[in-house]
Design a protein around this ligand. Sequence first.
Ligand SMILES: [Zn+2]
Length: 262
Amino acid sequence: MSLGFARRMWALDCPSLTVDATTLMYGLSGMLTIPMPSFLIEHPKGLVLFDTGIAPEAIDDPVALYGQELADGLGITGGEDQKLDRQIEALGYKLEDVTHVITSHLHFDHSGALHQFPDAKHYVGAGELPFAHWPAPIGAFCYMPDQLARIRNFDWHEVPGIDVDLFGDGSLVILYMPGHTPGELSLKVRLASRTFILTGDAVHLRAALEQEYHFPIDWDTREALVSLRRIKRLQESEDASVWITHDPDDWAEYKHAPACFE
Ligand SMILES: [Zn+2]
């Protein structure tokens, strides 16, 4: 196998949430503002998007979309320029340029703008699509039937319970990380300068990674902890930087669009 690299990676500056911290990790208190980024990755064989964040209309009117109670609990902050389409266009791309979309899982804050990419190839973890339509009660509020309906007939490729090397050169490897949901995925991105592991929701906060704390409403706690430990092992063996999607310190530490990693 010849080894390759992704050319550039941008963390897109999408809206943030302000939530009760104990919903992210037991033992925390107070409110925490957390980022909700998508990642755009340029590779010689395609333009790849990892996660699409919340639905764009949630920025305009979260109550209309989610209802008063959930909207109040989410505390969405973001402007027109933070909508995913604006972020992608600001980098000089059209939405149609995106060839591959990898969705870490189908919770509303990771999959809300999927409908804007009807012609891309879509990747999702094993079991995620049926589970999203018939979820376990504990996290059911995170799956939104209306939003799932508009992506039903897309070109879905299910990652079959293994890691998948997207372009066969080792630069973009979809990592199977079940636990948070049945089909949770992370993504390894190897650039010329460094390697990242983008966690999705396989882990939510750096403190949780360090202390091996599971998320309060995971689908399967035991599986989630195996995935969390696997991320730590990969971090070591691949000499990778772990970028935890929702961690505010990671967001502050790593640069984001318009700056990129090469
Ligand atoms: Zn989630």
